[in-house]
Design a protein around this ligand. Structure first.
Ligand SMILES: Nc1nc2c(c(=O)[nH]1)N[C@H]1C(S)=C(S)[C@@H](COP(=O)(O)O)O[C@H]1N2
Ligand SMILES: [Mo]
Length: 303
């Protein structure tokens, strides 16, 4: 098991978690050493305070049973169907403006990165939110492995198309699901490749075996079950932008003051408790990411 990097992104779990959840997770981690050693994509890291989640973790039973994954279904209740996605073996392709286009087995990729745990807030454009302890590695490490050329200005992530996904039969959608980032966004310290949650491998419904996580942006930017990473000179086409570019743009940074054409973004509903809380600009991560946009003020940054 590679693992454990003492860097922050989260306050110690004991400070953000109801005591019972902490105890359960400690029991899980302590009691399943063999499982942890055997399963890829796992980590239990010692949190080192840097970024504060500032709210309780969402209970796992909610974040793993209330999902957006249109390849399976437009309903939130798709987790059972998603178990049909075989997440091993898994291969990721590096394509486009890279030194050498190639495919890499997920197992081999994991050997070349260090896993850590980060507790991030997640904000869906539909105005629900959750707080999740993710496992994974910085997106910069993926960039290093992919070796993009200097001419690469953007990176696009693509979701698998699999026979287990009955939603793919909806012909109106521009499958595969693709979304992307500017290279400097992808290199930001918050951008994360996620391989697990709650100390376990990432389940298919949450984008297993590997998804990307950019917590300052709306959830639809966060591509699940990634099989292809393509470097481009121009902004890549993005799934939701293509479906409805008026409502869903490329940058899609969270902002409580920029309304969705059909609803307010001022507040968000916490999964599990149903509590309504104010939404923060950049989902509360502005101190880390706002500088990415200082030279992009003319762009439609918030939707
Ligand atoms: N491939 C794919 N990725 C996707 C989606 C999807 O439908 N298909 N939905 C997105 C949206 S809208 C959100 S809010 C998050 C939800 O992630 P979660 O189910 O882990 O909460 O996944 C994002 N990634
Ligand atoms: Mo979403």
């Amino acid at each position: 098991m590679r693992i454990i990097r003492r860097r922050g992104w989260e306050i110690p779990e004991s400070q953000v978690t109801p005591e019972s959840v902490v105890l359960n997770r400690r029991a899980l981690i302590g009691g399943t050493a063999a499982l942890l050693a055997a399963a890829p994509g796992l980590v239990h890291a010692d949190p080192n305070p840097k970024y504060e989640a500032g709210r309780a973790l969402t209970e796992e039973k909610y974040s793993t049973t209330y999902n957006n994954y249109y390849e399976f279904s437009e309903s939130k209740n798709l987790w059972k169907e998603a178990q049909g996605l075989k997440t091993s073996p898994w291969t990721i392709e590096f394509a486009g403006l890279v030194k050498e286009p190639r495919k890499i087995a997920y197992e081999d990729l994991l050997k070349q990165v260090s896993l850590e745990e980060r507790i991030y807030r997640h904000r869906c454009v539909e105005a629900w939110a959750m707080t999740v302890p993710w496992t994974g590695f910085p997106m910069t490490d993926l960039l290093k492995l992919a070796e993009p050329l200097g001419s690469a200005k953007f990176v696009a992530f693509e979701t698998v198309k699999d026979k287990s996904m009955s939603g793919l039969r909806a012909p109106l959608y521009p499958w595969p699901y693709v979304d992307g980032l500017a290279i400097d966004e992808a290199a930001n310290e918050l951008a994360f490749m996620t391989t697990g949650m709650y100390g376990k491998p990432l389940p298919p419904q949450n984008g297993g075996p590997i998804r990307m996580t950019t917590p300052w942006k709306y959830g639809f930017k966060q591509v699940k079950s990634v099989v292809k990473v393509t470097f481009t000179e121009k902004q890549p086409r993005c799934f939701w932008q293509e479906i409805n570019g008026r409502e869903y743009g490329f940058w899609a940074n969270v902002n409580p003051d920029v309304e969705h054409p059909r609803w307010s973004q001022a507040r968000e509903r916490l999964l599990g408790t149903g509590e309504m809380v104010p939404t923060q600009i950049y989902n509360g991560y502005g101190d880390i990411v706002a500088s990415l946009y200082s030279d992009r003020k003319s762009e439609k940054l918030f939707m």
